[in-house]
Design a protein around this ligand. Structure first.
Ligand code: GP9
Ligand code: MN
Length: 685
């Protein structure tokens, strides 16, 4: 072993000596001048693009991103050595041009959309038609043309080499050697880059929903390559199995009525009223009715849930598409797709969605979110869901002092949204609108902007001498969970202001407010354990032997991920706590019954029909009923009621879950809600 190490060391030293003595570096630069100019030109363009789009120093001069660009450009360029003579230059020229075009298009696209382009959007030709002239007149600016200069320099450099007889025509052996060397160099650089990646960066790259982030960390070329793969993949999935999917789909729905076949005490009670839906970012049920030293985390929500209909066993059913998955499930009663996300990969499918159905009933439908319109591809997908207008960051006044966390603070977002709603209410007879909040989003680190809210524990302890003293133990201060509660306290305060101002404007008089938490906040399990089993004396988790220690297992964690759902009206028409187990996919049928619309294809149910017999399936195959939580990966379960269950209870529910997930996925992938799906799916491919 030792011998081997010495050998490798010697080899390495010899190699370094050779590099020094034979001036290998300067020699190889001289010999590959055109290739190097090509690499520099392309990497410079990618850097310039970041400079003109997201101009922070750490972004455009990010070492890691530059490494990524060098790797991509080098690997692609290495194939030039497989071509003889002038063809080698032509190959490099084609790629340098492609890279220049990518930078130019993205530079212009960013000015218009504050995001980066996606090839999947090419199918949205109607938009291109609409905005085409505007783009040419208003958007293409001088800065979008700078990318041409490095390309021009590359062309000029080639001609100079030819003129000075320095453009070499290599023999086949040399060309192959150069190809091998450059592709190995590129691959090594790529590996170095990949080793430097964090798991968050990898996961965002795979999900491809935050395009700015990907360009910032991976560079425009890797972004665009990944975008092409992500755009093609759903088309490939839709290529095979249409007939089987259609058959399975028809079979699944064959016994369903075209019209709603029941009435209950909620039928049509809200027909004709305005509707405001509040998408409360990462709002988890654990925050409600929770106090720290007597202070409520969510005083406003606590009041609202007493005044309205509060669903206290409500679960979101998200997959990797988090916020967007909830928007899909809430609006369509479908489950998130098994590959990619519906919002990004299947935005061009036909959906039977609440906004479209409300539109058919004469409502003006809108959505509001003060973030980039292309986040989660909402610009395109909200239109597919039937929103007449999507008010995004472009429609809000976002100044630095109003920014908390990811963007415009909830308080400011609500204040500006009310002005828009006021106008909408004057211009339209009735409206259905969605407001997506943003402040209460991970990582909950902007604590100094949330306002004062202590997550400490004031308590009385008995000293060794028998006397007592009052202490204020740090409890959740400094933990992510603690910061989360501070953030929720802010979000709740913003909600309180929203209700007050809406009321002052008379906008609540004939309005139903529906509020949901979009998904849990993905907080660490051990911090929940700390919260439940905190010992203020040791400032740590109690000992497991402590008689007051309460076990907190993975099932408790799953159950704690539930989110609130509230249906509220000013006149208190609906009231009370509903504790049936319910999922996001049950919202559409439940509110449909109240508002007077019906969707035959809903996968969820009106909770007032299924009541305690409801089942909530999760995208990973887990499911929950009033009786048990079942983990399909581990085949383990936790009973939630002291009741004997039937022998086939689990197998029946597993079967139900698998079928439902399969039908939902196929309905989206094969565009089965579209009466012309066969044609359109094949055309899309
Ligand atoms: C993005 C925001 C957050 O605009 O809605 O999305 P999430 O990270 O929660 O999916
Ligand atoms: Mn979210």
């Amino acid at each position: 072993m030792k011998k081997k190490i010495v050998k490798v060391k010697d080899k390495l030293l010899n190699f370094i000596k050779r590099i020094k003595n034979e001036k290998l570096i300067s020699k190889s630069i001289k010999e590959n001048r055109l290739f190097i100019v090509y690499v520099i030109a392309c990497v410079l363009n990618s850097t310039l693009l970041r400079f003109f789009t997201i101009p922070t120093l750490e972004n455009y001069l990010s070492f890691k991103t530059i490494i990524a660009d060098i790797a991509v450009v080098t690997i692609i360029g290495s194939f030039s050595y497989l071509f003889k003579g002038k063809k080698r230059y032509i190959y490099l020229l084609i790629w340098a041009t492609i890279f220049t075009v990518i930078c130019t298009i993205n530079s212009a696209y960013y000015t218009f959309y504050t995001s980066f382009a996606s090839v999947s959007m090419l199918s949205l030709t109607q938009y291109i038609g609409e905005v085409g002239d505007a783009v040419v007149e208003n958007v293409i600016q001088i800065k979008d043309l700078v990318y041409i200069f490095p390309l021009v320099f590359f062309i000029y450099y080639y001609h100079r080499l030819v003129k000075n007889n320095k453009y070499k025509k290599y023999s086949k052996t040399i060309r192959l050697k150069k190809f091998k060397n450059s592709i190995i160099t590129g691959t090594i650089i790529l590996i170095v880059f990949m080793v430097m990646l964090s798991s968050l960066e990898i996961s965002r790259f795979v999900k491809q929903w935050n395009r700015e982030y990907i360009v910032m960390k991976f560079g425009i070329y890797l972004y665009q390559g990944n975008d092409i793969v992500a755009s093609i993949q759903p088309k490939i999935s839709a290529m095979f199995g249409y007939d089987d999917a259609k058959k399975e789909f028809n079979e699944y729905y064959k016994d369903r009525n075209e019209e709603q076949d029941y009435n209950n005490e909620y039928t049509n009670i809200f027909e004709g009223r305005n509707v405001i839906v509040i998408h409360a970012e990462s709002m988890q049920d654990i925050a409600l009715n929770r106090t720290f030293n007597g202070e409520e985390v969510t005083p406003n929500l606590n009041k609202l849930i007493k005044e309205g209909l509060y669903f206290s066993n409500f679960y979101s059913q998200v997959s990797v598409g988090t916020s967007s998955d909830t928007e899909l499930t809430f609006n369509t009663s479908l489950m998130p797709t098994q590959n990619g996300t519906a919002f990004v990969s299947y935005f061009d499918r036909t959906y039977i969605a609440t906004p479209s159905l409300m539109k058919e009933k004469g409502y003006y439908t809108f959505s509001m979110h003060a973030n980039n319109a292309d986040f989660w591809n909402r610009r395109a997908m909200h239109e597919s869901l039937g929103y007449d207008k999507f008010y995004s960051k472009e429609n809000y006044d976002v100044i630095d002092e109003n920014i908390i966390g990811l963007g415009l603070s909830d308080k400011e977002f609500f204040a500006q949204s009310i002005e828009k709603i006021k106008k909408i209410s004057q211009e339209h007879e009735k409206f259905y609108g969605l407001l997506i909040t943003l402040t209460n989003h991970t990582p909950f680190s902007d604590t100094e902007k949330y306002g004062d809210f202590a997550v400490t524990m004031k308590t009385t302890i008995t000293n060794e001498d028998g006397t007592t003293s009052e202490i204020e133990a740090p409890y959740l201060e400094g933990t992510k969970l603690g910061n989360y509660f501070k953030s929720v306290h802010y979000a709740d305060e913003a909600l309180g202001e929203f209700f007050t101002k809406m009321n002052e404007e008379g906008l609540l008089d004939n309005t139903v407010v529906i509020l949901y938490g979009d998904h849990d906040a993905r907080l660490p399990k051990n911090e929940y354990n700390l919260m439940n089993n905190y010992d203020p004396v040791t400032d740590d988790i109690k000992d497991k032997d402590d008689p007051t220690y309460e076990e907190y297992d993975s099932f408790d964690y799953e159950l704690d991920r539930k989110v609130p759902l509230l249906i509220w009206t000013k006149d208190g028409k609906v009231k009370g706590e509903v504790n049936y187990t319910m999922g996001m996919y049950d919202v559409m049928p439940t509110i449909g019954n109240m508002l007077g619309f019906y969707n035959k294809y809903a996968l969820g149910h009106d909770i007032f029909e299924t009541k305690e017999n409801n089942i909530v399936v999760f995208p990973n195959g887990n499911w929950i009923t009033d009786k048990m939580y079942y983990n399909s990966q581990k085949g383990e379960y936790k009973l939630l009621k002291d009741e004997i269950i039937e022998d086939d209870y689990i197998s029946k529910n597993n079967e139900y879950t698998e079928k439902l997930l399969d039908v939902s996925n196929k309905a989206i992938v094969f565009d089965l809600f579209n009466p012309n799906s066969e044609e359109t799916v094949s055309k899309k491919n």
